[in-house]
Design a protein around this ligand. Structure first.
Ligand code: NAP
Length: 323
């Protein structure tokens, strides 16, 4: 294994067979069934200080996973329980009982807890409602809008009364999908100038920008913001594999005159909203008001390419690995 410079390649990863330890008292042996593939995992491959420690070379990677308890050394869990935990990127995991959350498989398929009902969903919910403090009637722009976070953010904005929800994504199929799930307008950011596309989609400007992409998207959004607009800085995926300093945004100074708020945030800051989020999102899912998609890669050996595919935009909705 090695730390990638720029885009990772398969040779940065290795899949190894190891003997799985017996679960001790207070531990569970879990057979992982679905692994989450997330953009932040690319950041953990760099050896730089960040909000989450880098992966260790030679150790298994980590990430969200759902699976079934095979053997329990805990009074709190029984064999057969379906749990969510953070010891992904492996087929079996021995985890402490307090690292597992039991899931209700009757509410939604377990994989949904890695996407629309999980960390990406909470990110979207907190980003729209708390960070951007969206008010009914406002115009909201979401980038990477056909992905896990973006598709939820746009729908939460609509469900909470946005006046207009606009999304950008990387292909005509994704644009079609956005329209089908209730975005008022959507465009493929590869086609034509971003500024013109956004102006066509939101002719009167925008109040809220949910930024998943950074760079030129952020610059374009700053240009289109109304006075007192809010930008939720969720991520900057256009830069995760870049080796040069980003050239945009060049117009940050506009934020002063427009009295903009640009606020970075992490889903983990909003754990206190999790129950409220789950209750609302589960109700919308049950009522058919909230849609979600998943893209599956098959088998552990496909996990590295699933990460690359996600960063290249080959996913619609949440990128997952099915074991
Ligand atoms: N702050 C937090 O706590 C938090 C939590 C979760 C995720 N995030 C951030 O949220 C964003 C979305 O994450 P996700 O898990 O939902 O991933 P995702 O959107 O499901 O997948 C990533 C998408 O990014 C798009 N993309 C890649 N390179 C791009 C580029 N150069 N320009 C524009 N779009 C590009 C691709 O879609 P296209 O085909 O549309 O290009 C790809 O499908 C990421 O920035 C991530 O880091 C933040």
């Amino acid at each position: 294994m090695s730390r990638p410079l720029g885009w990772p390649s398969d040779s940065d990863f290795s899949v190894v067979d190891v003997v799985v330890a017996e679960p001790q008292a207070g531990e569970l042996l879990v057979r992982n069934e679905v692994l989450s593939v997330d953009p932040y995992m690319r950041g953990r491959m760099n050896e730089i200080p960040s909000y989450v420690a880098p992966f260790d070379i030679g150790q298994p990677l980590e990430g969200g996973a759902v699976g079934t308890v095979i053997e329990s050394g805990s009074a709190l869990f029984a064999a057969g329980d379906v749990v969510l935990h953070q010891s992904g990127w492996r087929e079996y995991a021995v985890i402490a009982e307090d690292a597992a959350t039991r899931l209700d498989p009757d509410l939604a398929p377990p994989s949904a807890y890695l996407g629309v009902l999980g960390m990406p969903g909470l990110t979207a919910y907190a980003g729209i409602l708390e960070v951007a403090a969206m008010r009914p009637g406002e115009v909201v722009f979401v980038s990477a809008a056909a992905g896990a976070v973006g598709s939820a953010a746009g729908q939460f904005a609509r469900l909470k009364g946005a006046g207009r929800v606009v999304g950008s994504a990387g292909s005509p199929e994704k644009v079609e999908y956005l329209r089908s799930i209730g975005f008022d307008a959507a465009f493929d950011y590869h086609e034509g100038a971003l500024r013109r596309s956004l102006r066509t989609a939101a002719p009167d400007g925008i109040d809220v920008y949910f930024d998943n992409v950074g760079g030129r998207h952020l610059e374009t959004a700053i240009g289109a913001m109304h006075p007192h607009g809010r930008i939720a800085l969720c991520g900057a995926i256009s830069m995760y594999n870049a080796q040069e300093t980003p050239a945009a945004p060049r117009n940050l100074a506009l934020s002063t005159g427009k009295r903009l708020t640009l606020r970075g945030f992490l889903a983990g800051d909003f754990a206190h909203l999790r129950n409220q989020f789950l209750e609302e999102a589960a109700t919308w899912l049950r009522d058919g008001q909230l849609q979600y998609r998943e893209t599956f890669a098959e088998g552990l050996r496909a996990a590295p390419s699933a990460l690359l595919d996600m960063m290249r935009g080959r996913n619609l909705g949440k990128m997952l690995v099915r074991l």
